[in-house]
Design a protein around this ligand. Structure first.
Ligand SMILES: NC(=O)c1ccc[n+]([C@@H]2O[C@H](COP(=O)([O-])OP(=O)(O)OC[C@H]3O[C@@H](n4cnc5c(N)ncnc54)[C@H](OP(=O)(O)O)[C@@H]3O)[C@@H](O)[C@H]2O)c1
Length: 227
């Protein structure tokens, strides 16, 4: 299949929540881990999130470090990767920061009806499906635009769609040292049929503490056992 190398990146509580149930965004990472994520961002061609993350967090999805932005520009790339939103409904706020923070213009992958709703966004709105977003089609479209590495930064529904469709090559999971329990919001993934099962586990390629956070990096290499 013609698609970019896909990295999923998330920070979560020990019990697998991406956020709590309040209106304010919960900080799960520390400064060193946020800097690590910035470095990963600087190394990809595109960063994608779901519409739920745009509505909840209003991210800009830019590379923050001036040095990394300058290094990208010096190598002929845009200072920040292409920004991508998955939004089957096309119901996105045109005043969201993502659509108002400069070049390159973001891409919104949606379906036919969503494309009509999203027509006013300061984005390239691309329909890849009649009623739903066809992820392989969206990924093939990104590959056609020269995207070799895609970073998927949430949220839970989008992680679930990518992982259950076996479209993830690498997962970077940062675990914060607390549980949210009844105060938990979105989860890392929703219930689904995942190919990354005990019979076909991912390969753990790195596990290291970053202060009180633990980073785990998994690859889709499917070792025959996880012992
Ligand atoms: N801790 C972290 O690392 C981290 C990172 C990111 C986000 N978050 C948190 O996660 C929460 C948001 O997560 P979420 O699960 O609610 O939302 P989400 O995954 O960001 O976005 C959900 C939206 O994606 C679209 N979508 C759903 N299924 C899809 C599919 N199969 N293909 C393509 N698009 C699809 C739909 O858009 P439409 O509604 O437009 O149809 C859906 O409403 C927020 O609380 C945010 O703070 C945390």
């Amino acid at each position: 299949m013609n698609r970019p190398y896909v990295i999923v990146s998330a920070a979560m509580s020990i019990d697998g929540f991406l956020d709590d149930d309040s209106d304010k965004r919960l900080t799960l990472s520390n400064a060193a881990d946020l800097d690590r994520v910035d470095e990963v961002r600087a190394g990809v061609d595109a960063i994608a999130v779901g519409a739920g993350t745009v509505r909840a967090d209003d991210p800009r999805l830019l590379v923050r470090s001036e040095g990394r932005r300058a290094a990208r520009a010096a190598s002929g790339r845009p200072a920040s990767p292409l920004r991508v939103v998955f939004s089957p409904s096309g119901r996105l706020d045109p005043s969201a920061r993502l659509f108002n923070s400069g070049e390159p213009v973001p891409i919104v992958y949606t379906c036919e009806a969503g494309a009509r709703r999203g027509a006013d966004l300061a984005a390239e709105v691309v329909a890849v499906g009649e009623d739903a977003v066809d992820l392989p089609r969206a990924l093939a479209d990104l590959a056609g635009r020269g995207v070799g590495r895609l970073l998927v930064e949430g949220g839970g529904l989008v992680h679930t769609a990518f992982l259950s469709s076996d479209l993830v090559d690498e997962a970077h999971l940062a675990v914060a040292p607390f549980l949210l329990g009844e105060r938990g919001g979105a989860r890392f993934v929703r219930p689904a049929l995942f190919p990354q099962s005990p019979r076909r586990p991912l390969r753990l390629v790195e596990a290291r503490p970053i202060g009180q956070i633990v980073l785990m990096v998994y690859r889709r290499e499917f070792p025959s056992s996880y012992a």
